[in-house]
Structures are given as C-alpha cells and as structure tokens.
Write a protein that binds this ligand. Structure first.
Ligand code: NDP
Length: 343
C-alpha cells in the first residue's frame, strides 16, 4: 500500500514513518525543504525503494499540495500531521493558527481534486482540541474526557489569547475544518482524527543540539533534567501522555482498520504527574541527583480528583496496548542526556 505522510521529519512524524516502512508501506514524506528530505533519507538508509519525498515550503498557499498528492500508482491513504508546535519559533498567534487550519484544508482540497483514489485521510489532532483548559483540574465527581468533548475556545479568543491558547485552538479549528470539509464536500475518502495528549518518548530523527528538541520532550528536559533538586516541581500542564511509539502504531492501525473510518479517537495511555516523572528519572539516573526537582517522592503531586482521559475507544477499535512509564521516560532521559553532551 502507498501513503503520503506530512511532517515526516518531526518527532512523531519520524516514528510514524518508521512504523509504516517496517510494515511494508511505500511512503512519500512531505517536508518543507530538500535538506530535510535528505536528512530523512540518511536516517532511514535501508528503505530507499519504499520512500520518496515531496517538498511543500508553505502549506498555507492555495494549491500547496496539488503536485505532491499525485502519484503513479496513486496513494491509498494520507496522514497529515505537520503543524506548528515549537513555541520558541512562533512570533504571533496566527503563526500557530494559519498553518494548522489552512494546511489541513489545503491538503483535503488537493486530495479531492487530484487524488480521487485516496480512500482515507488521517489527521493528527490533539487532546488540546478535547480538554477544557479553563475548568478546574480537580472535580467531584472526577471528570473523564471522551471523544464527545471539545475545548470551548472561540477563534477570536485564540487570536488575542496566550500562545498556549493559540496552539490548542489551532488543533481544534484544524480538526473542525476537516470534519466540516468531509461533511460538505463529500469526497471519496473517509476521515479519522487521532487525538493524543502529551507525547513523550525517544527520538527517531537526528537532533544534534538540545535546543532543537521538539516541544513536549524539550519541556521534560528543561523542567526535569536541566533544573535543580530543590526547585519546586514544575506545574503539570496536561498530566496525561502517550508514548510516541504506541501512537505511531495507532496511526498505522488507523490506516489498516476499516472500522476506524469516520471516527474521532483519543490515543492516551495514562497519567504522568510531575512527581511520577521526577521519581522515574531520579531513580534511573544517579547523575540527575542534583538536577531533577525532588518534590515529595512518596506523595503524588496531582490531586486525587484530577481529570482523566478515556482510552476505551482506541483499545477497542485499534486494539492498542501501551508501554510502561519506565520504558518511555528512561529511554527519553538517556537520549536527552546524550544530546546534551553532544550539543
Ligand atoms: P515536531 O515539531 O517535531 O514536528 C512538527 C512537524 O510539523 C515537523 O515536520 C515540522 O516541520 C512541521 N511543521 C511545523 N510547522 C510547520 C509549518 N508552519 N508549515 C509546515 N510544516 C510545519 O512536533 P511533534 O512531532 O511533536 O508534532 C507532530 C504533530 O503531533 C503535530 O500535529 C502536533 O500538533 C501533534 N501533537 C503533538 C503533541 C506532543 O506532545 N508532541 C501532543 C499532541 C499533538 P519543520 O521541521 O520544517 O519545522
């Protein structure tokens, strides 16, 4: 089978690419420049015959994807997950919102017009589009978020709000635009939205400077590795996570599972409170003794009634299992320390 994957050079993108290639797919990776394509080719040297590239420098331009969606033989499915998330490179709220929303509508338009053989489009949304960030973390009874929930921000609030609000809204309005497109345009493909909370785990793409680590893992580095033993435990923004490798498996199953069509699917493993993350890192890396905030190791930093996110649907529909917290945070911690040393 043949698929197109946007953002193939990123943290999650390179894991999805690896999972697709290892499952025998032919993949066209779409990136913003030739040098990024060359780096992927270097990172995946044994898959030359299963991989080619499309360059789309700016996905907000009308017709941006018209050329890359065309292929002989044609693509069966498209996975769209390129979207801005690295806060340090964002100057204004529209730099989050525009590429997310226009990138999504542009690729859907291009597929409808130029790649009618595509049967499925999978969009990587986020629990940012699901959670209500204005609600208290702790409630009685405990709030359990499901696929029915949406972050209740408006577009105009997002334009003038904080960067964090703009990012979350970018995921919400991109996902909504896709559902609307499918409803009104009735294309040949069906649509699947995958909604992960925080994504953590080891990096598959080449990152040679600690400053270039992706947003979610960069937060683990600055809050838990490049800190101090007696620093207060960092606030635990979204305390639910999924290992990047499990999420990559979910993306491939979203391509191969017919029943996933038309579904919004949360892909969340479990909670990881700041205390949980600190405990694992301090236990596994003696060199972090003075660098990782200790908190109070025997007490959880999250209140008992803190919200949770259901993963019933993804377990049932995609048969997904999840790695342990140790597998995720120990492998990530080791790698971040290595990148730090090489930086
Ligand atoms: P990365 O920053 O590692 O990857 C993002 C990808 O999107 C890169 O390929 C990047 O390309 C591309 N991209 C970023 N901005 C633009 C833009 N303006 N135009 C075109 N392409 C762009 O992040 P992740 O791998 O973490 O994120 C992948 C997806 O997962 C995103 O959709 C994100 O919203 C979603 N997500 C991530 C979570 C996390 O915790 N990491 C949580 C929930 C959802 P380039 O290298 O050229 O910048």
């Amino acid at each position: 089978r043949r698929v197109l994957l946007t953002g193939a050079n990123g943290f999650l993108g390179s894991h999805i690419l690896s999972e697709l290639l290892n499952n025998g797919f032919f993949v066209r990776g779409v990136v913003r420049s030739q040098s990024k394509a060359d780096q992927i080719a270097k990172d995946f040297p044994s898959f030359k015959s299963q991989l080619d590239f499309g360059i789309v420098p700016d996905m907000t331009v009308p017709g941006a994807f018209d050329k890359v969606v065309k292929a002989t033989p044609p693509f069966d499915a498209v996975l769209h997950q390129a979207s801005p998330f690295l806060f340090s490179v964002i100057g204004s709220n529209s730099e989050f919102l525009d590429p997310a929303v226009k990138g999504t509508t542009e690729i859907l338009k291009a597929i409808k017009a130029h790649a009618p053989e595509v049967k499925r489009v999978i969009y990587t949304s986020s629990c940012a589009a699901v959670l209500n960030f204005d609600a208290p973390v702790e409630t009685t009874p405990q709030k359990v978020y499901t696929e029915e929930d949406w972050y209740p921000i408006t577009y105009s609030q997002a334009l003038v709000g904080s960067k964090a609000e703009a990012y979350r809204a970018s995921k919400k309005f991109a996902e909504l635009a896709a559902w609307d497109f499918v409803k009104t345009e009735k294309p040949n493909f069906d649509f699947v939205s995958l909604n992960p909370p925080m994504i953590y785990g080891p990096l598959k793409h080449t990152v040679s400077n600690i400053k270039d680590v992706n947003e979610s893992n960069a937060r683990i580095y600055s809050n838990f590795i490049n800190s101090k033993k007696d620093a207060p435990l960092p606030p635990n923004g979204v305390h639910m996570y999924v290992d990047v490798r499990d999420l990559a498996v979910a993306h491939v199953r979203a391509v191969t599972t017919p029943e996933a069509g038309g579904q919004r699917i949360i892909v969340s493993s479990k909670k990881a409170s700041s205390q949980d993350i600190s405990n694992i890192l301090r236990k596994s890396f003696p060199e972090l003794e003075e660098r990782t905030p200790i908190g109070t190791p025997e007490t959880d930093s999250l209140p008992e009634g803190a919200y949770t996110i259901s993963n019933e649907k993804v377990k049932k529909l995609l048969g997904l299992d999840f790695r342990s917290d140790e597998e995720c945070f120990v492998e990530l911690g080791r790698q971040l320390l290595e990148i730090e040393k090489a930086s």
